[in-house]
Design a protein around this ligand. Sequence first.
Ligand SMILES: [Zn+2]
Length: 399
Amino acid sequence: MAMLLSAATIHTDFEGGKMGRVEQVGPDHFRLHVVGQTDQAHRNRQASWYYFRVDGTRERTLTFDLVDLAGEYNYQPNRGAITRDTPPYISFDQKTWRPVETGEYDESGPSMRFRIQTGLEHAHYWIAHVPPYTNQNLQALFEDVSGSPYLKIESIGRTPQKRDIPLLTITANTGDPAGRKVIWLMFRQHAWEAGSSWTGQGAIRFLLSDDPVAREIRNGAIVKILPMCDPDGVANGGVRFNAAGYDLNRNWDINDPRKMPEIAAQKKAIYDWLDSGHRIDAFVTVHNTETSEYLAGPPDPSKKTRPLLERFNRFWMEGKTFAPSSPEPRVEPETTTSGMAGRMNVVQGLYAARHIPGFLIEMRIAKHPKLGGSRPNIADRMLAGREMVSALWKALQRP
Ligand SMILES: [Zn+2]
């Protein structure tokens, strides 16, 4: 009898692709070691990015065990950032993704087991922690919107691996820009948080659209956008540290343009803007977490930023995409790790240096109360970008 079935195989030879050692436990059973990433001092290991293609999947039920998940966050050990709440996503075309609902989490390892059953029509599929968004996605967006009269795209510097760090400016090309409010938006400081980029893509598409609110924002505001803050990490399938091992949402209280050219370039763009006589009414950075969702304001003892924080939080809560873990917004502490240099995030660093009203957003990747208990998908993230910008704009309308 001829055996025509070829073995299933695992591949990561594409942008953002990542998986560690692959052990074949049985003919249809793989044990997958998640690589994870540590910082420059080999601490704070986080293992929450994997992205791979499986070939040879026609009429097969495959079992996958994700292992090596345990980690550390702000120097505190944990069971890892892959939990029972975060089974993977699957795609058959590398464009549309859906959550895998059958994850079995074993706390003792810990490990995450899931099974994928496919028919004759599916010769391969892709699996990832969340729907991926790579530099190629951003490039495709740029190509699509570059003709817009409201958009300027520039590069403010280069990463350790010589990728450009993009900065977008969106505003109306007619009228006097002098009195306009100024909003800075920042996305993807951490490579695994692809949801941040989809939120950014939603915000950018909305701001360039014919929507009346978008037109109002363009006429009344200058929006500066840092859409991709760790291009190397995203290209390499990293988790939360740049190519030199530095966390790009820490280290805002120190200066090291050689090891962290991304932070140096972003700081220079922001401070040059202020030093040339411009204002910043609000700065927002968008992140993802496993199960918590919140908006946090700067460590502002004067409480001057508090009313804006509360309005922003309340207006966004009225929409379809933001369901904070508790209704009151948070306030960031002065640093993430007291007594240690290099531990301020962007909101903390910008407040300490220039009293910039910065806001940090965390959006959950687990089941979402406003999605009927589903896990967020690309369209939900893009809508979040639109709602986030609209809520902030509404919040800025009062002094
Ligand atoms: Zn983050």
